[in-house]
Design a protein around this ligand. Structure first.
Ligand code: ADP
Length: 150
């Protein structure tokens, strides 16, 4: 069973995340979308809301599971027996950041990180931009799956 972990904050899930997960379904038997819980960070949505947005977005897809975790991503991969970490790449800044994390994770474990390039039409979307649009009463619905409603 090829299981991939897609870790992130998903505050909230965007069409960019959605696209990466959909396309990765062709590569893996199961994708666990894992919300990393970091006590120091201030989130716009609670972990329960973030989980529900993702679950609803993939309600018709049994290969997608949603969970939460604390601590090192590689430890959580071992715990749930995920052999792969899935990440999306939007631009060179993402690449530099992700490269260091992937090397670290590979040093700490045998887990391979698989990168998918974003679809061009969603490559500009980030959760932080979505939060800004929400805060300023803009039309965020064009940036997120239908399950995300404020
Ligand atoms: P983090 O808190 O780790 O930045 P995010 O929830 O922002 O988590 O992102 C999780 C993953 O989704 C990362 O690999 C990130 O590069 C990817 N991602 C974020 N936005 C997009 C997008 N628009 N298109 C493709 N991948 C994206």
């Amino acid at each position: 069973m090829k299981r991939a972990l897609f870790p992130g904050s998903f505050d909230p899930i965007t069409l960019g995340h959605f696209d990466i997960i959909r396309r990765a379904l062709a590569l893996f038997d199961e994708i666990v979308v894992a919300i990393g819980v970091n006590g120091d960070k201030n989130y716009m949505f609670t972990v329960e809301q973030r989980k529900e947005f993702i679950e609803k977005a993939f309600a018709d897809e049994p290969k997608v599971k949603v969970s939460t975790y604390q601590g090192l991503t590689v430890d959580y991969c071992r715990e749930i027996d995920a052999q792969f970490i899935l990440r999306g790449l939007r631009n060179p800044a993402d690449f530099e950041f992700e490269k260091a994390i992937a090397h670290t994770n590979r040093t700490l474990s045998k887990i391979e990180t698989v990168f998918l390039l974003t679809a061009a039409r969603t490559s500009f979307i980030s959760s932080s931009i979505v939060r800004d649009v929400i805060r300023n009463n803009g039309d965020y619905t064009v940036l997120v799956p239908e399950s995300v409603r404020v």
